[in-house]
Design a protein around this ligand. Structure first.
Ligand code: UDP
Ligand code: MG
Length: 156
């Protein structure tokens, strides 16, 4: 099982899309193990997007991410990082495939509704940034035996 960090960006919260986007993750069979509404400040945004510090879009990205509250989620499942990236779609809303979150709910390339960790290393770093205070709740889901094939001993 992997756990990944999802952020519903300020545009998703302002546009009232939180429920519909979270539903897509739940519908897929992913498990929510952390969830909160919060305001990102400059210090947290710069840590979270440290890899992008030299990019031309960085100042606008930090301004956007700190402009209004976000909803952050810790999301768990087999291959959760890749599964979430596929559900999100391509970075630019104008290019993201129909059927994906970015493809279905937006057209902007920067206001693209959702962030998801892109590697196990990024997930570990981002989960500790946003849920490091014990905010991830581990709990059993009895329905997992219908979400996954567990006949081999581990969920597949
Ligand atoms: N972004 C932007 N312009 C660009 C590239 C990225 O405004 O040319 C923003 C966009 O909000 C994106 C975020 O910066 O989601 C981080 O970019 P990244 O390449 O990591 O895309 P992601 O992993 O979010 O798909
Ligand atoms: Mg990224």
């Amino acid at each position: 099982m992997e756990t990944t960090l999802i952020i519903l960006k300020p545009d998703a919260v302002q546009r009232g899309l939180v429920g519909r986007i979270i539903s897509r993750l739940e519908d897929k069979g992913l498990q929510l193990v952390g969830l909160k509404l919060m305001q990102i400040d400059d210090a947290l945004a710069s840590k979270h997007y440290a890899d992008h510090r030299e990019k031309p879009f960085y100042p606008g990205l930090v301004r956007f991410m700190t402009s209004s509250p976000v909803v952050v989620a810790a999301v768990r499942g087999v291959g959760a990082i890749g599964v979430c990236r596929n559900l999100m779609g391509a970075t630019f809303g104008s290019k993201a495939a129909a059927g994906t979150i970015r493809g279905d709910f937006g057209v902007s390339n920067s206001f693209n509704l959702i962030h998801g960790s892109d590697s196990p290393e990024a997930a570990a770093k981002e989960l500790s940034l946003f849920f490091g205070d014990g905010g991830v709740v581990d709990f059993d889901r009895p329905i997992d035996c219908w979400v996954y094939d567990t006949s081999g001993g581990s969920p597949e």
